[in-house]
Design a protein around this ligand. Structure first.
Ligand SMILES: [Zn+2]
Length: 197
């Protein structure tokens, strides 16, 4: 892949002009075609004749993807406050601060969606005493795959609501990390803590 610099030029097919034109690569704010947002200051090829964006080079796609991810809806649910305490304690147990909590839940949802952990036991956890309580705190998770992965886990675990899924995942985290202190889970998560700290 050739890395382009600001000021580089290239002959490209300009859709606005309808012919091949010379384009100069420069930083521009580029709106999404559906008008839902704007990618700021991204390297694009601008037609020298009509001044429209004629080409988006490959090197600009990670920045654009990042911007698109920001627009994705988060995975959300309200849970009893003691479940947040469990997540904070589990993070602490792993040597992480409480800002590790979203990564911890996402790690579990990912592993469950890939069948690296059995999803079958999740619904049983919802019968525990800890699943009860007034839902007073919000869990909100952002990520490129989280909504999709959560849907997969819900289907395989036969859990219908996102809130119930989040509760069951927290109770599994409680079981693995705080109650049974399962070494294989703790080891994998400690590596993740080290990578994100
Ligand atoms: Zn043009």
């Amino acid at each position: 892949m050739k890395i382009l610099k600001e000021g580089d030029t290239k002959k490209v097919a300009c859709n606005t002009c309808g012919v091949f034109q010379n384009a100069t690569f420069q930083l521009r704010d580029v709106p999404f075609s559906d008008g839902s947002g704007l990618v700021k200051n991204v390297l694009v090829g601008v037609c020298d004749v009509c001044d429209s964006v004629a080409v988006i080079p490959h090197q600009s796609t990670p920045v654009i993807k990042k911007q698109l991810d920001k627009l994705r809806r988060p995975l959300e649910g309200r849970v009893p406050s003691h479940l947040i305490d469990i997540l904070n304690l589990a993070s602490d147990q792993l040597g992480a601060a409480t800002d590790f909590v979203p990564s911890l839940i996402k790690f579990y949802i990912h592993a469950l969606s890939k069948n690296e952990m059995p999803a079958s036991e999740l619904s049983g956890l919802l019968n525990s005493e800890l699943a009860k309580g007034k839902a007073t705190k919000r869990i909100s998770l952002k990520g490129r795959y989280i909504v999709e992965e959560a849907e997969m886990v819900k289907a395989s675990a036969h859990i219908s609501s996102t809130t119930e899924l989040l509760k069951s995942v927290v109770l599994k985290i409680n079981d693995d990390i705080l109650v049974r202190k399962r070494p294989e889970c703790i080891k994998a998560l400690e590596s993740l803590v080290a990578a994100t700290a």
